[in-house]
Ligand binder design. Structure first.
Ligand code: SF4
Ligand code: SF4
Length: 332
Protein backbone atom coordinates (compact mmCIF):
# COMPACT_ATOMS: atom_id res chain seq x y z
CA UNK A 1 0.00 0.00 0.00
CA UNK A 2 1.32 3.45 -0.92
CA UNK A 3 2.16 6.25 1.51
CA UNK A 4 -0.84 8.53 1.93
CA UNK A 5 -1.54 11.84 3.61
CA UNK A 6 -4.13 14.56 4.10
CA UNK A 7 -3.88 17.23 1.43
CA UNK A 8 -5.81 20.47 1.16
CA UNK A 9 -4.57 21.40 -2.30
CA UNK A 10 -1.81 20.98 -4.85
CA UNK A 11 -1.29 24.47 -6.22
CA UNK A 12 0.85 24.59 -9.37
CA UNK A 13 2.31 27.79 -10.82
CA UNK A 14 2.75 29.46 -7.42
CA UNK A 15 5.30 32.29 -7.26
CA UNK A 16 4.96 33.49 -3.66
CA UNK A 17 6.61 30.81 -1.57
CA UNK A 18 10.12 30.40 -2.88
CA UNK A 19 12.17 30.99 -5.99
CA UNK A 20 10.68 30.71 -9.48
CA UNK A 21 7.54 28.80 -10.41
CA UNK A 22 6.59 26.25 -7.80
CA UNK A 23 3.98 23.69 -6.85
CA UNK A 24 2.71 24.28 -3.33
CA UNK A 25 1.62 21.18 -1.43
CA UNK A 26 -0.89 22.24 1.22
CA UNK A 27 -0.79 19.56 3.93
CA UNK A 28 -3.64 19.41 6.44
CA UNK A 29 -3.40 19.54 10.21
CA UNK A 30 -2.11 22.38 12.38
CA UNK A 31 -1.15 22.58 16.08
CA UNK A 32 -1.97 26.31 16.20
CA UNK A 33 -5.32 28.06 15.99
CA UNK A 34 -4.28 31.52 14.82
CA UNK A 35 -7.36 33.70 15.01
CA UNK A 36 -6.51 35.30 11.65
CA UNK A 37 -6.01 31.97 9.83
CA UNK A 38 -7.08 31.99 6.18
CA UNK A 39 -7.01 28.17 5.77
CA UNK A 40 -9.39 26.90 8.48
CA UNK A 41 -10.25 23.77 6.46
CA UNK A 42 -6.72 22.57 7.25
CA UNK A 43 -6.95 22.64 11.05
CA UNK A 44 -7.58 18.90 11.30
CA UNK A 45 -6.30 15.82 9.51
CA UNK A 46 -9.69 14.80 8.27
CA UNK A 47 -11.47 14.85 4.93
CA UNK A 48 -13.62 17.95 4.50
CA UNK A 49 -16.41 18.74 2.05
CA UNK A 50 -17.25 22.42 1.61
CA UNK A 51 -20.43 24.08 0.36
CA UNK A 52 -20.08 27.39 -1.44
CA UNK A 53 -23.50 28.90 -0.95
CA UNK A 54 -22.89 31.67 -3.50
CA UNK A 55 -22.26 29.18 -6.31
CA UNK A 56 -25.29 27.03 -5.46
CA UNK A 57 -28.31 27.19 -7.82
CA UNK A 58 -30.53 25.08 -5.57
CA UNK A 59 -30.96 22.20 -8.06
CA UNK A 60 -31.08 19.60 -5.28
CA UNK A 61 -28.81 17.06 -7.00
CA UNK A 62 -26.62 16.87 -3.89
CA UNK A 63 -29.51 16.12 -1.53
CA UNK A 64 -30.83 13.39 -3.83
CA UNK A 65 -27.61 11.32 -3.57
CA UNK A 66 -26.50 11.99 0.01
CA UNK A 67 -26.41 8.77 2.09
CA UNK A 68 -26.61 10.86 5.26
CA UNK A 69 -29.83 12.62 4.24
CA UNK A 70 -28.12 16.00 4.21
CA UNK A 71 -30.11 18.66 2.35
CA UNK A 72 -28.88 21.43 0.10
CA UNK A 73 -28.02 23.75 2.99
CA UNK A 74 -25.12 22.13 4.85
CA UNK A 75 -25.38 24.76 7.59
CA UNK A 76 -28.84 23.55 8.57
CA UNK A 77 -29.63 20.63 10.83
CA UNK A 78 -29.54 17.32 8.96
CA UNK A 79 -33.05 16.14 8.03
CA UNK A 80 -32.54 12.36 8.18
CA UNK A 81 -30.33 12.29 11.24
CA UNK A 82 -32.84 14.00 13.62
CA UNK A 83 -29.78 14.70 15.73
CA UNK A 84 -29.71 18.46 15.59
CA UNK A 85 -26.29 18.21 13.97
CA UNK A 86 -25.62 20.32 10.88
CA UNK A 87 -24.88 18.90 7.47
CA UNK A 88 -21.20 19.72 7.98
CA UNK A 89 -21.19 17.70 11.20
CA UNK A 90 -23.05 14.72 9.69
CA UNK A 91 -21.03 14.59 6.46
CA UNK A 92 -18.92 11.45 5.97
CA UNK A 93 -17.05 12.97 3.00
CA UNK A 94 -18.21 10.28 0.58
CA UNK A 95 -18.03 12.80 -2.32
CA UNK A 96 -21.31 11.67 -3.90
CA UNK A 97 -22.56 15.27 -3.92
CA UNK A 98 -19.28 16.59 -5.29
CA UNK A 99 -19.61 14.30 -8.29
CA UNK A 100 -23.14 15.44 -9.18
CA UNK A 101 -23.00 19.16 -8.37
CA UNK A 102 -23.14 21.08 -11.68
CA UNK A 103 -21.70 24.31 -10.21
CA UNK A 104 -18.77 23.06 -8.09
CA UNK A 105 -20.66 24.40 -5.09
CA UNK A 106 -19.78 21.18 -3.24
CA UNK A 107 -16.02 20.64 -3.25
CA UNK A 108 -13.45 18.51 -1.50
CA UNK A 109 -11.39 20.87 0.69
CA UNK A 110 -9.24 18.20 2.37
CA UNK A 111 -8.66 14.82 0.76
CA UNK A 112 -6.42 11.78 1.23
CA UNK A 113 -3.80 11.51 -1.51
CA UNK A 114 -1.21 8.93 -2.41
CA UNK A 115 2.36 10.21 -2.42
CA UNK A 116 3.00 8.68 -5.83
CA UNK A 117 0.07 10.61 -7.31
CA UNK A 118 1.47 13.84 -5.86
CA UNK A 119 4.92 13.11 -7.29
CA UNK A 120 3.34 12.32 -10.66
CA UNK A 121 1.53 15.69 -10.63
CA UNK A 122 4.74 17.53 -9.72
CA UNK A 123 6.62 15.72 -12.46
CA UNK A 124 4.14 17.01 -15.05
CA UNK A 125 5.28 20.58 -14.31
CA UNK A 126 9.03 19.97 -14.06
CA UNK A 127 9.77 21.95 -17.22
CA UNK A 128 8.48 25.10 -15.49
CA UNK A 129 10.68 24.51 -12.46
CA UNK A 130 13.81 24.04 -14.57
CA UNK A 131 13.27 27.17 -16.64
CA UNK A 132 12.30 29.41 -13.71
CA UNK A 133 14.59 28.07 -10.98
CA UNK A 134 11.49 26.91 -9.12
CA UNK A 135 10.48 23.71 -7.39
CA UNK A 136 8.17 22.44 -4.68
CA UNK A 137 7.04 24.12 -1.43
CA UNK A 138 5.50 22.19 1.47
CA UNK A 139 2.95 24.33 3.27
CA UNK A 140 -0.41 23.98 5.01
CA UNK A 141 -1.96 23.77 7.49
CA UNK A 142 1.34 22.61 8.90
CA UNK A 143 3.43 20.19 6.85
CA UNK A 144 5.38 18.94 9.89
CA UNK A 145 2.12 17.61 11.40
CA UNK A 146 2.49 14.65 8.98
CA UNK A 147 6.19 13.90 9.61
CA UNK A 148 6.30 10.48 7.90
CA UNK A 149 4.47 11.77 4.83
CA UNK A 150 6.75 14.83 4.70
CA UNK A 151 9.81 12.60 5.08
CA UNK A 152 8.71 10.31 2.26
CA UNK A 153 7.79 13.09 -0.16
CA UNK A 154 10.85 15.22 0.57
CA UNK A 155 13.16 12.20 0.32
CA UNK A 156 11.73 11.13 -3.04
CA UNK A 157 11.61 14.63 -4.54
CA UNK A 158 15.07 15.51 -3.22
CA UNK A 159 16.40 12.36 -4.79
CA UNK A 160 14.88 13.39 -8.10
CA UNK A 161 16.67 16.74 -7.97
CA UNK A 162 13.76 19.04 -7.20
CA UNK A 163 14.51 22.22 -5.30
CA UNK A 164 12.47 22.09 -2.07
CA UNK A 165 11.11 24.69 0.33
CA UNK A 166 8.90 24.51 3.42
CA UNK A 167 6.67 27.05 5.09
CA UNK A 168 6.09 26.26 8.78
CA UNK A 169 4.49 27.71 11.89
CA UNK A 170 7.58 26.54 13.77
CA UNK A 171 5.72 24.39 16.31
CA UNK A 172 7.07 20.84 15.90
CA UNK A 173 9.46 18.25 17.32
CA UNK A 174 12.70 19.41 15.68
CA UNK A 175 14.55 16.08 15.70
CA UNK A 176 11.52 14.31 14.24
CA UNK A 177 11.70 16.43 11.08
CA UNK A 178 15.40 17.38 11.03
CA UNK A 179 16.19 15.22 7.99
CA UNK A 180 13.24 16.62 6.04
CA UNK A 181 14.37 20.16 6.89
CA UNK A 182 17.90 19.40 5.73
CA UNK A 183 16.57 18.48 2.29
CA UNK A 184 15.20 21.99 1.86
CA UNK A 185 16.87 24.80 -0.06
CA UNK A 186 14.67 27.35 1.69
CA UNK A 187 12.81 27.35 5.01
CA UNK A 188 10.14 29.91 5.85
CA UNK A 189 9.37 29.94 9.58
CA UNK A 190 6.74 32.12 11.22
CA UNK A 191 7.36 34.31 14.26
CA UNK A 192 3.98 35.67 15.27
CA UNK A 193 4.67 37.39 18.58
CA UNK A 194 7.63 37.77 20.94
CA UNK A 195 5.39 37.92 24.02
CA UNK A 196 4.49 34.37 25.16
CA UNK A 197 1.18 35.42 26.72
CA UNK A 198 0.07 37.33 23.59
CA UNK A 199 1.18 34.42 21.42
CA UNK A 200 -0.89 32.06 23.54
CA UNK A 201 -3.89 34.39 23.44
CA UNK A 202 -4.01 34.65 19.65
CA UNK A 203 -2.67 31.26 18.48
CA UNK A 204 -3.59 28.88 21.29
CA UNK A 205 0.04 28.01 22.14
CA UNK A 206 3.01 29.75 23.77
CA UNK A 207 5.90 30.86 21.56
CA UNK A 208 8.59 29.01 23.57
CA UNK A 209 8.86 25.96 21.33
CA UNK A 210 8.84 28.18 18.22
CA UNK A 211 11.65 30.41 19.52
CA UNK A 212 13.59 27.29 20.45
CA UNK A 213 13.11 25.81 16.96
CA UNK A 214 14.15 29.06 15.28
CA UNK A 215 17.43 28.86 17.21
CA UNK A 216 17.85 25.21 16.18
CA UNK A 217 17.61 26.15 12.50
CA UNK A 218 21.23 27.31 12.87
CA UNK A 219 22.25 23.68 13.46
CA UNK A 220 20.92 22.41 10.12
CA UNK A 221 23.40 21.04 7.63
CA UNK A 222 22.80 18.89 4.60
CA UNK A 223 21.30 15.49 5.07
CA UNK A 224 23.15 12.31 4.22
CA UNK A 225 20.64 11.71 1.47
CA UNK A 226 22.16 14.64 -0.39
CA UNK A 227 25.03 12.46 -1.44
CA UNK A 228 22.83 9.68 -2.73
CA UNK A 229 23.56 8.83 -6.30
CA UNK A 230 19.81 8.84 -6.88
CA UNK A 231 19.65 12.63 -6.55
CA UNK A 232 18.95 14.24 -9.87
CA UNK A 233 17.30 11.16 -11.35
CA UNK A 234 14.52 13.29 -12.87
CA UNK A 235 17.04 14.98 -15.13
CA UNK A 236 16.58 18.33 -13.36
CA UNK A 237 19.54 20.56 -12.77
CA UNK A 238 20.76 20.03 -9.22
CA UNK A 239 20.80 23.42 -7.53
CA UNK A 240 21.93 22.64 -4.05
CA UNK A 241 24.93 20.36 -4.25
CA UNK A 242 27.51 21.37 -1.67
CA UNK A 243 25.16 23.72 0.14
CA UNK A 244 25.95 24.47 3.78
CA UNK A 245 22.35 24.34 4.92
CA UNK A 246 18.99 25.75 3.94
CA UNK A 247 18.44 29.44 3.42
CA UNK A 248 16.16 30.79 6.18
CA UNK A 249 13.43 33.41 5.99
CA UNK A 250 11.58 34.29 9.21
CA UNK A 251 8.13 35.55 8.34
CA UNK A 252 5.90 37.78 10.42
CA UNK A 253 2.25 37.93 9.36
CA UNK A 254 1.62 41.51 10.46
CA UNK A 255 -1.84 41.53 12.04
CA UNK A 256 -3.08 45.01 12.88
CA UNK A 257 -4.13 45.08 16.56
CA UNK A 258 -2.07 41.99 17.46
CA UNK A 259 1.66 42.15 16.68
CA UNK A 260 2.19 45.38 14.73
CA UNK A 261 3.80 47.44 17.51
CA UNK A 262 7.25 48.80 16.69
CA UNK A 263 8.51 47.23 19.92
CA UNK A 264 7.38 43.74 18.91
CA UNK A 265 8.84 44.01 15.40
CA UNK A 266 12.15 45.34 16.76
CA UNK A 267 12.31 42.56 19.38
CA UNK A 268 11.55 39.94 16.70
CA UNK A 269 14.27 41.25 14.40
CA UNK A 270 16.78 41.48 17.27
CA UNK A 271 16.05 37.84 18.14
CA UNK A 272 16.58 36.74 14.52
CA UNK A 273 19.79 38.77 14.27
CA UNK A 274 21.15 37.23 17.45
CA UNK A 275 20.42 33.58 16.69
CA UNK A 276 20.30 33.43 12.87
CA UNK A 277 22.64 36.19 11.65
CA UNK A 278 22.36 35.04 8.02
CA UNK A 279 18.56 34.74 7.95
CA UNK A 280 16.33 37.26 6.22
CA UNK A 281 12.88 38.37 7.34
CA UNK A 282 9.67 38.99 5.43
CA UNK A 283 6.71 40.99 6.73
CA UNK A 284 3.37 39.95 5.25
CA UNK A 285 0.29 42.14 5.59
CA UNK A 286 -2.91 40.66 7.06
CA UNK A 287 -5.67 39.83 4.58
CA UNK A 288 -9.20 38.43 4.71
CA UNK A 289 -9.13 36.22 1.62
CA UNK A 290 -10.00 33.19 3.72
CA UNK A 291 -13.44 34.50 4.77
CA UNK A 292 -15.23 32.54 2.06
CA UNK A 293 -13.65 29.29 3.29
CA UNK A 294 -15.11 29.78 6.77
CA UNK A 295 -18.51 30.08 5.10
CA UNK A 296 -17.89 26.94 3.03
CA UNK A 297 -17.14 24.78 6.09
CA UNK A 298 -19.83 26.33 8.29
CA UNK A 299 -17.50 28.05 10.78
CA UNK A 300 -17.99 31.64 12.00
CA UNK A 301 -15.55 34.22 10.58
CA UNK A 302 -14.58 36.23 13.65
CA UNK A 303 -11.82 38.65 12.63
CA UNK A 304 -13.46 42.06 13.03
CA UNK A 305 -10.87 43.18 15.58
CA UNK A 306 -7.95 42.79 13.13
CA UNK A 307 -6.92 45.27 10.45
CA UNK A 308 -4.46 45.58 7.56
CA UNK A 309 -1.68 48.13 7.83
CA UNK A 310 -1.29 50.52 4.91
CA UNK A 311 1.83 50.49 2.71
CA UNK A 312 3.48 53.33 4.61
CA UNK A 313 3.01 51.61 7.97
CA UNK A 314 4.41 48.34 6.57
CA UNK A 315 7.42 50.21 5.18
CA UNK A 316 8.09 51.71 8.60
CA UNK A 317 8.08 48.23 10.19
CA UNK A 318 10.41 46.93 7.48
CA UNK A 319 12.74 49.82 8.24
CA UNK A 320 12.77 48.74 11.88
CA UNK A 321 13.83 45.24 10.81
CA UNK A 322 16.69 46.73 8.78
CA UNK A 323 17.74 48.91 11.74
CA UNK A 324 18.26 45.68 13.72
CA UNK A 325 20.72 44.49 11.06
CA UNK A 326 18.41 41.98 9.35
CA UNK A 327 17.96 41.90 5.55
CA UNK A 328 14.48 41.68 4.09
CA UNK A 329 13.04 39.12 1.71
CA UNK A 330 10.09 39.76 -0.57
CA UNK A 331 8.37 36.76 -2.14
CA UNK A 332 4.90 38.36 -2.38
S1 SF4 B 1 -19.91 14.21 0.86
FE1 SF4 B 1 -21.40 12.52 1.00
S2 SF4 B 1 -22.14 12.61 3.12
FE2 SF4 B 1 -21.14 14.58 2.71
S3 SF4 B 1 -22.81 15.95 2.05
FE3 SF4 B 1 -21.88 15.05 0.20
S4 SF4 B 1 -23.13 13.23 -0.26
FE4 SF4 B 1 -23.58 13.83 1.85
S1 SF4 C 1 -25.87 20.06 -6.42
FE1 SF4 C 1 -24.61 21.90 -6.17
S2 SF4 C 1 -25.73 23.54 -7.16
FE2 SF4 C 1 -27.18 21.83 -6.87
S3 SF4 C 1 -28.18 22.30 -4.89
FE3 SF4 C 1 -26.44 20.97 -4.44
S4 SF4 C 1 -24.76 22.37 -3.97
FE4 SF4 C 1 -26.35 23.57 -5.00
Amino acid sequence: MGVKGYIMQLQPFSVNDGEGIRTNIFMAGCPLRCRWCSNPEGFMQKEVIGWYRRRCIGCGACASVCPQGIGIDMDSACIAGHSGLTGHEMCIACSACVKVCPENARTRMVTIMDAEDIIHEIHRHRVFYSYSGGGVTFTGGEATMQPEFLDYLSHELYGMGYSLAIESCGYFDFEQVRESLERMDLIFMDLKHMDPAEHQKYTGVSNEKILDNIQKLATLGTTGSGSESKRGSSGLEIKSEGKEGPEIVIRIPVIGGVNNSEENIAASAAFVHEYLPHARMELLPYHRLGAVKYEAIGKPFDQDDFYTLDAEEMDRLREIVREQGVSLADYR
